[in-house]
Design a protein around this ligand. Structure first.
Ligand code: GLU
Ligand code: ZN
Length: 491
């Protein structure tokens, strides 16, 4: 399909929560569509009623929207090949399965699970290929009738051609699969339910997909799908075989494949922690691709401009949480202050463990936000940095208290209180002078003098620039908190 406009698809099954591997697949398809001016098709593969859920379907849509990965055809937006949920396309699959049977590309297989298993064991023991042995390939009408009279059920099996399947993977180059490795396979269950093996390529054909970009775990289904495609072309159902590109595995802790169940893999975890969509996508794009030798941080439009499947690397990619966080921190810094201020608000106004949402004070938040922006790795970090502004009293953190209240903290705090009381509260410099002078009076450098003040006022040993923080909190509250700390020291 060298010159046809690119049509890619993202076709998840709605099971469980979206995970980062899935997002990487969606991203590469989407970036390729946007890079080439092609079409992104979003299809829901919900043919497994036992595992699929409506909740998971809603989450998929919501996740793609949050990430900004929009689709040109699919649920809610429609398109020329509806419906885009496989559960609503059963008639199509039934029709195609019928055509494949009629043309001899598929046949009924009556083998029971037990029979298949014992023949598989025997083949293994004899060192022969252990896939389906083709027993039902050439059943006569009488043999079939006899099986049916016995009450046997049958599945529909696709008849693989006897020659090797060769194709050029966009990521891995030329690959050859010999018939021994790709036996005939089931496409319709005994109860009439069509399987992934059928519905996925049928829909790719009908939706005129030109490029199938998906995870390496699906590589073994590609020779089967190519053979099926050839049959579909013969039947006039498909036009051309798409190009295939298999994206590398993503490895997690201990160099093991990142599994869906791994907590590091859940998209919701990143969302709840306050990754920016563009930060997360930037990081995920590096799992198998690179922007340039010396640049890891870039915007999504920059990625789109450069992205080509031909540049995807076949080697397994390692998921590195620290790197993901560092890239996200860079994206937080790249926001303009207003966007940053707004992006944090959901964390500040959510019902909170230590303050009620109505205590949120927008003016104070807007004053402190520029000081916070350079310090966050993820947006959820914001609450610990600014909670002192919204709480009546600073958080109680005994470890911070013990660390800062060393030497003679009461003497230092008493002097600092006097100097702060007399300071000019219209600028942080004057507050700094006050604490500096208090430190000097007790033979302490600024860092040491500042620590008890910070803990008295914010409850924590680390935080945003102290004097800006004091100024925004205000004179009255600052002095009251120092008084409270002095009372606690005296108790
Ligand atoms: N529904 C399949 C999955 O989620 C799609 C695989 C494919 O891209 O062909 O694994
Ligand atoms: Zn059979």
């Amino acid at each position: 399909m060298a010159n046809a406009p690119v049509r890619v698809r993202f076709c998840p099954s709605p099971t469980g929560n979206p995970h980062v591997g899935l997002v990487r697949t969606a991203l590469f398809n989407w970036a390729y569509a946007r890079h080439t001016g092609g079409t992104m098709v979003f299809r829901i593969e919900d043919t497994d009623a036992a595992r699929d859920s409506e909740e998971s379907y809603e989450q998929l849509l919501d996740s793609l929207r949050w990430l900004g990965l929009d689709w040109d055809e699919g649920p809610e937006v429609g398109g020329p090949h509806p419906p885009y949920r496989q559960s609503q396309r059963m008639d199509i699959y039934k029709d195609v399965a019928g055509k494949l049977l009629a043309a001899g590309h598929a046949y009924h297989c009556y083998c029971t699970a037990l029979e298949l298993e014992s023949r598989r064991d025997a083949a293994r023991a004899a060192g022969r290929p252990s896939g389906y042995d083709g027993k039902c390939r050439t059943l006569t009408a009488e043999q079939r009738a006899a099986y049916e009279a016995e009450g046997r059920e049958s599945i529909v099996r696709f008849r693989m051609p006897d020659e090797p399947i060769v194709f050029t993977d966009l990521v891995r180059g030329e690959l050859t699969f010999t018939p021994d490795n790709v036996p005939d396979y089931g496409i319709v269950r005994a109860n009439g339910a069509p399987l992934y093996t059928l519905v996925n390529p049928v829909d790719d054909a009908l939706m005129e997909i030109t490029h199938v970009l998906r995870g390496e775990d699906l590589l073994s289904s590609t020779p089967r799908q190519i053979a099926l495609y050839k049959a579909l072309i013969e039947l006039g159902v498909a036009k051309e075989i798409p190009a295939f590109g298999h994206l590398p595995y993503v490895m997690g802790e201990g160099n093991k494949k990142l599994s869906k169940r791994d907590p590091q893999a859940s998209l919701n975890v990143y969302r709840e922690r306050g990754f920016l969509p563009e930060g997360l996508l930037n990081y995920l794009s590096l799992l198998g691709w690179s922007f340039s030798a010396d640049q890891d941080v870039f915007t999504i439009p920059e990625m789109i401009a450069k992205f080509d499947v031909a540049d995807v690397n076949a080697n397994p990619a390692r998921f590195d949480l620290k790197k993901a966080e560092a890239i996200n921190a860079d994206h937080i810094r790249m926001l303009d202050v207003k966007a940053f201020t707004e992006a944090c608000e959901p964390w500040l106004t959510a019902p909170h463990a230590n303050w009620a949402p109505e205590r949120f004070d927008r003016a104070k938040w807007e004053a402190i936000a520029p000081h916070a922006q350079t310090r966050l790795t993820v947006l959820s970090d914001i609450t610990a940095n600014v909670d002192f502004l919204f709480l009546d009293e600073p958080v109680e953190d005994e470890a911070s208290w013990a660390k800062a209240m060393k030497g003679e903290p009461a003497a230092l705090l008493t002097t600092a209180r006097e100097k702060l009381d007399a300071a000019d509260w219209s600028s942080p410099e004057s507050l700094k002078e006050a604490v500096l002078a208090a430190g000097e009076a007790h033979g302490l450098k600024l860092g040491k003098a500042q620590a008890p003040v910070r803990v008295a006022v914010t409850g924590r040993t680390v935080g945003l620039p102290l004097f800006e923080s004091l100024e925004i909190l205000g004179r009255e509250k600052t002095l009251a908190r120092i008084d409270a700390a002095l009372a606690k020291l005296a108790a």
